[in-house]
Design a protein around this ligand. Sequence first.
Ligand code: GDP
Length: 195
Amino acid sequence: LFAGPVDFVKGVVAMDGLPPADRPEVCFAGRSNVGKSSLINALTGRKGLARASNTPGRTQEINYFALGEQAYLVDLPGYGFAKAPVAVVAKWQALLKNYLAGRATLRRAFALIDSRHGVKEVDHEIMKLLDRSAVPFQVVLTKTDKIGREALAKVIQQVEDELQKHPAAYPELVVTSSDKGEGIATLRAIIAGLD
Ligand code: GDP
C-alpha cells in the first residue's frame, strides 16, 4: 500500500468538499505540534508532504492524501490552539464532528499523543467524540526518542488507563518516533491490514 505513489488530493473546509467516499480511509488527529505532519511524512516516505499544522491557511482544513487509488490518509486539523478565535474553533469542531459521524469509509482514527505530555483534557475530549461517533481508534505515541525508558513506561500506563474509559478504543498503542523511524513499519502494516 505504501510502495506506490502518494499524492496530496485537497484541503477540505466543509462537508460538501470531501472527495467521493469510494475507498477506505484512515485519519490522524492530535494537538497542534504533536508531530502529526512528521508522522504522515515518515509513513509515506515523503518529506514535506504534510505540512506542520501551524502553516498559515492550512490550519483548519482536513487534508486528503491518496495512496495510489487504494486508500486515503486524512490529516485532521490540529486542535488545542488557545490562540484561535472562538468562532474558528467552533467551525472546525462542527466540521470534525460531521466528518467523524458521517464518513462511511473511515476505517480507523489514530489519536496522536505526545509522549512527553501524555493525555491532556483536549485529547480526552477528542476520544469521547470518537466514542460517540463510533469510530474505532488507536493511540499513537509520538516523539518517543525524546524521553527515557521509565518516562515512556509511565506515559504508556497513563494512556492505557485512559483507554479503559473509551469503548471505541483499541487497547494496543503504537509507539513511534518519526525522527528515528520507530514504529513506522508497524503503523504502515496496521493501515495496510484494514480494508
Ligand atoms: P504537527 O503540528 O502535529 O504537524 O507537528 P510537526 O510534525 O510539525 O512536529 C512538531 C515539532 O516536533 C517539530 O519541531 C518536529 O521536528 C518535532 N517532531 C515531530 N516528530 C518528532 C519525533 O519523532 N522526534 C523528535 N525528536 N521530534 C519530532
